[in-house]
Design a protein around this ligand. Structure first.
Ligand SMILES: Nc1ncnc2c1ncn2[C@@H]1O[C@H](COP(=O)(O)OP(=O)(O)OP(=O)(O)O)[C@@H](O)[C@H]1O
Ligand SMILES: [Mg+2]
Length: 271
């Protein structure tokens, strides 16, 4: 029988797998967060991960880039096992990923231009001669060329997210991971981010994985949606299919309803 260790992902020319999680288990103390997660990201596709707060969505992204290692199971990038790579090897692989962190996480003391140059300089021996042009090009992609001298504090929340996105693509990644890219934005600004995700998907031909609570965003950017529930994926399919999915746990999430177990526990609370 095939084991998680023995079989690197096969390369199917039609839908080549670029990232794979196979049987990933992860616990923190008594809390079992991932209980055998299987996921294949196909090259060029945008996969959206949904699931309630605390389900383990950010934990999944951190496994993909090697910031966390599974207790059991395997994580592949191409045919290489990320979860067994040492820090030196990971430092080589990480530029192939662009990570838009949940909190945005720009450096407040640096200008916008310096924020975008940062990941480029961190991995270069000398300052690339075309650095300014590269920074301008990345900012142009998110519609913010010209903001180089500003500080993050001078920008709106939506603009800061776009700068963080320009920084995530600074090193021409093959895979972009977005952790809650629209959280905290009003619907119109959120839609600008959704449009940018689609645009980068088209123009850079990247593979995207987008974690979100926001179903409007999920429908807009997803080629495929997966839903995490109690440590495993309980849905994997197209946006059209999730609209018709009869599973009550999926319906409750998609329609923004409290689940029956939550309602039951609320009935027992005295106010
Ligand atoms: N490094 C860590 N140490 C201990 N517990 C952790 C760690 N990282 C995550 N957890 C726990 O694992 C669970 C899943 O966390 P995770 O951040 O992946 O949730 P999430 O699905 O991204 O939630 P949200 O939608 O609120 O961002 C949470 O209960 C969290 O407290
Ligand atoms: Mg999270």
């Amino acid at each position: 029988m095939a084991t998680a260790d023995a079989n690197p992902p096969s390369s199917d020319p039609v839908s080549e797998t670029i990232v794979e999680l196979r049987g990933v288990h992860k616990r923190f103390g008594d809390l079992e967060v991932l209980r055998g997660v299987d996921l294949k990201l196909r090259r060029g596709e945008a996969t959206v991960v949904i699931g309630e707060s605390g389900a383990g969505k950010s934990v999944i992204l951190k496994h993909i880039v090697g910031l966390l290692r599974p207790d059991r199971g395997a994580v592949y990038f191409g045919d290489e096992r990320i979860d067994q790579a040492n820090e030196r090897r990971l430092a080589k692989i990480r530029p192939r990923f662009g990570f838009l962190f949940q909190m945005g996480a720009l450096f407040d003391s640096l200008t916008v231009g310096e924020n975008i140059a940062f990941p480029i300089l961190a991995h270069a021996r000398t300052r690339p001669p075309d650095l300014d042009q590269t920074v301008a090009r990345k900012l142009r992609m998110v519609g913010l060329d010209g903001t180089q001298p500003k500080h993050p504090a001078e920008l709106s929340g939506g603009q800061r997210k776009r700068v963080a996105l320009a920084r995530a693509i600074a090193r021409d990644p093959e895979v972009i991971l977005y952790d809650e890219p629209t959280t905290g934005l009003d619907p119109q600004r959120a839609d600008v981010i959704n449009e940018l995700i689609r645009k980068l998907q088209r123009e850079l031909e990247v593979t995207s994985i987008v974690v979100t609570h926001d179903m409007a965003s999920a429908y807009k950017v997803a080629d495929r949606i997966v839903m995490l529930f109690q440590g495993r994926f309980i849905f994997d399919g197209s946006p059209d299919r999730i609209r018709e999915c009869p599973d009550q746990r999926v319906r409750d999430f998609v329609e923004g309803r409290a689940g029956e177990d939550v309602l039951r526990s609320l009935r027992n609370i005295e106010v």
